[in-house]
Write a protein of this length. Structure first.
Length: 240
């Protein structure tokens, strides 16, 4: 996937200003920056939740900038949200079928993609009864479950919006295991996350936003030593 000079304004606020970067299969790319820097807006532009003002988004050589959300989802764009968006009045099995049905539309099986449902649930640490209500899962479990559901659709690109926020250390380890599953399934992963330990250990490349504008892009070690990034986000005297 490639973003080419993507822009979005909300009135006088520039939420995305000439944002450009590429995502590659089997790699994790970090998107970081201060609160309000435009990270979630970029995810919304990629997934089609928000319409962009200008620029282009390409997936496998196909221009998807004007496609609605459901077409992008069927084409291979999957995502999670800061707060899990699940079917609260449905059971766990029905919620899982949202991901499985998308995979079936692509004529993809889980086993052919390098993982099984049981492996994903094990990676997430979820021992669940499929007939239980989704509301029986704790907040942390729901966040992990949403990642499982996203991976089940066998996406080409998976967008993770602060997957570790509000989780304990064990649940954060589960997030890492699930990201490994996504990469194993040939997905490109775009990770928005405030845990710098997680970002720096997982990401192959990182783009940094400030006030909607990219201020740096590079490998983790380059970002950690970038003066503009230190000044705008990481801070001095802090461990990255």
């Amino acid at each position: 996937m490639t973003l080419d000079r993507v822009c979005k304004r909300f009135g006088g606020v520039v939420a995305a200003n000439e944002v450009s970067f590429s995502l590659s299969p089997r790699e994790v790319h970090g998107l970081i920056g201060p609160n309000g820097s435009g990270k979630t807006t970029v995810l919304n532009l990629i997934s089609g939740v928000t319409e962009m003002d200008s620029g282009n988004i390409w997936l496998d050589g196909q221009l998807i900038s004007k496609q609605p959300c459901h077409v992008r989802a069927r084409g291979g764009v999957s995502r999670t949200f800061q707060h899990p968006r699940l079917l609260k009045r449905c059971d766990i099995q029905t919620n899982l079928y949202l991901g499985i049905d998308l995979a079936n539309m692509k004529q993809k099986s889980m086993t052919s993609c390098g993982y099984t449902l049981s492996e994903l649930l094990d990676a997430a640490g979820l021992s669940i009864n499929m007939n239980d209500s989704i509301t029986t899962l704790s907040y942390g479990q729901q966040k992990l479950f949403e990642i499982v559901r996203a991976i089940l659709s066998h996406p080409k690109v998976i967008l993770l919006d602060e997957p570790a926020a509000g989780l304990n250390s064990k649940e954060m380890e589960r997030v890492v295991a699930l990201i490994d599953c996504a990469v194993k399934g040939d997905a490109a992963v775009l990770l928005v996350e405030h845990s710098m330990d997680l970002v720096m250990s997982l990401c192959n490349g990182i783009t940094v936003l400030n006030f909607g504008r990219p201020i740096a892009e590079g490998q983790p070690e380059e970002i950690q030593s970038n003066e503009a990034v230190i000044e705008a986000y990481l801070g001095r005297g802090r461990s990255a």
